[in-house]
Design a binder for this molecule. Structure first.
Ligand code: SF4
Length: 174
């Protein structure tokens, strides 16, 4: 089974649906464009650091493989770009995602960058605790899949790309 690093700490029901019905996902084009614009802006703002795009990477665990591509890299650091303001609900998942990318890249330094009206940069050192938190999430997701139990949803549904199939008859019959 392959899980994307970017799913970490998402509503677990969302990740479960992502595994079983990826073709049913409805992307919000506005959010996709916003994310792309943020990456372009970051590319310009941080060009002085000689950044380059990350490559697809894989991390192998006993029960699953984690896949992902860091947004940008320098010689020493991984850069993860988010669009919008740095609220708590984005910072923790962003830092765990960043640490999993650091593990993939063998780097000890990371920058979590929020591109909005004002760019905010959070500097991070590699943390095994953050990696363990990420793995605990994917272990729990794996367990749900193994048992065929759909995870509880979390109240983060405003812009959820699976809202149209979540909690209804369709999900119950998976
Ligand atoms: S609609 Fe809400 S509970 Fe359902 S998958 Fe999306 S975020 Fe989770």
């Amino acid at each position: 089974m392959r899980f994307s690093v970017s799913w970490v700490l998402h509503c677990m029901r969302w990740s479960y649906l992502k595994c079983f019905m990826p073709d049913r996902e409805r992307f919000d084009r506005r959010l996709v464009k916003k994310g792309r614009r943020a990456e372009e802006q970051a590319k310009r703002e941080f060009s002085y650091m000689k950044i380059r795009r990350g490559r697809n990477r894989e991390l192998y665990f006993k029960n699953y493989t984690l896949v992902g591509r860091p947004d940008f890299l320098t010689r020493e650091a991984v850069l993860e770009i988010k669009s919008g303001r740095p609220s708590y609900s984005y910072i923790l998942p962003g830092l765990i995602q960043l640490n999993l990318y650091m593990l993939m890249e063998g780097k000890r330094t990371g920058l979590l960058i929020f591109i909005g009206e004002n760019t905010k940069v959070i500097h991070a050192r590699f943390s095994t605790h953050a990696v363990r938190q990420g793995m605990a999430y994917f272990d729990a997701l794996w367990e749900h899949i193994q048992k065929g139990v759909i995870p509880e949803g979390q109240p983060v549904c405003n812009s959820c790309s699976f809202a149209h199939v979540c909690g209804g008859k369709y999900v119950e019959s998976l």
